[in-house]
Write a protein that binds this ligand. Structure first.
Ligand code: SAM
Length: 281
């Protein structure tokens, strides 16, 4: 493997250190430098695996500046592993800016996939859905949070949020208010750790469950909300109905239906049945 001038984006465990991949260990041992969100935190991980390596800091506040320095190192032929405190860099974590700047400089970026709380939560949730929308952290302010939830309320995919323990009660209350108390919520807490918990309930019952045991409000959370129910699609849209009525007023039924089909693209049978109903009325 030629590491020279390559940035590796390395996923690290989200709790259980055994979740590090063999490839992540190989890369962390082989690179010249590790760029870390918090060098002290990453030192602990490296010590556990008996890896000694030079560390440089890349956090939210200095990400662009740090990215430029990393580009200089890569251009000089060094190889770099980018890690965050837990999980996959760039997923509600620093990393995306570094990757963009490095790519724009025409340098090679290689993902080393591994843990991410969103995927761990979804994979063991038992939620059957066509897809999911990963939102990450909702805004801290109540009004902005409810506004964001409003924008997501109609999506017909599972909604996935990260949440901090001190905001989880407020967030589930807002979700119940904006998304509807009867939608199902799955709380995935402390994944891969000693007190890992999955709990599913209706959004309206979530606050009471969290309040019933203060331990359930501790630690790290992924919140998964059931998709919006499918909207009943009308076989004949309001616009098709309007056009059909206009045509029926001037033409025989069959001709009106044919023209309305051509104009609106609605199924002919649906329009025909609708026209018969209108005539009967
Ligand atoms: N980059 C990480 C990833 O790939 O999952 C996410 C980092 S983000 C700053 C931290 C948030 O991820 C936590 O507040 C929590 O919402 C979620 N999270 C991380 N580890 C978790 C765990 N073990 N169990 C549940 N949620 C977790």
């Amino acid at each position: 493997m030629n590491h020279s001038g390559t940035l590796y984006v390395v996923a690290t465990p989200i709790g259980n250190l055994q979740d590090i991949t063999l490839r992540a260990l190989e890369v962390l041992k082989a690179v010249d430098v590790i760029a870390a969100e918090d060098t002290r935190h990453t030192s602990g991980l490296l010590a556990h695996f008996a890896i000694q390596k030079k560390l440089v800091a890349v956090h939210d506040h200095n990400e662009r500046k740090a990215a430029e320095l990393l580009v200089q190192r890569l251009q000089a032929g060094e190889s770099i592993a980018l890690v965050t405190d837990a999980g996959t860099p760039g997923i509600s974590d620093p990393g995306a800016v570094v990757v963009q700047v490095v790519r724009e400089a025409g340098l090679k970026v290689v993902p080393i996939p591994g843990p991410s709380a969103v995927i761990a939560a979804l994979s063991a949730s038992g939620i059957i859905a066509a897809g999911f929308t990963f939102y990450g952290f909702l805004p801290a302010s109540g009004a902005q949070r409810r506004n964001s939830l409003q924008g997501l309320s109609g999506l017909q995919s599972t909604l996935v949020f990260y949440e901090a323990p001190h905001r989880v009660l407020d967030s589930v209350a807002d979700m119940a208010q904006v998304l509807g108390a009867e939608r199902r919520l799955t709380i995935a807490r402390e994944l891969t750790k000693t007190f890992e918990t999955f709990h599913s309930c209706e959004l309206g019952a979530a606050s009471a469950w969290l309040e019933s045991d203060s331990n359930q409000q501790r630690g790290e959370f992924v919140l998964l909300v059931e998709a919006a129910p499918p909207q009943d699609e009308k076989p004949v849209s309001d616009e098709a109905e309007r056009i059909l009525k206009l045509l029926l007023a001037e033409l025989p039924l069959k001709q009106a239906v044919k023209l309305a089909t051509d104009i609106t693209g609605t199924k002919k049978n649906a329009l025909y049945e609708f026209a018969l109903q209108l005539k009967q009325e």
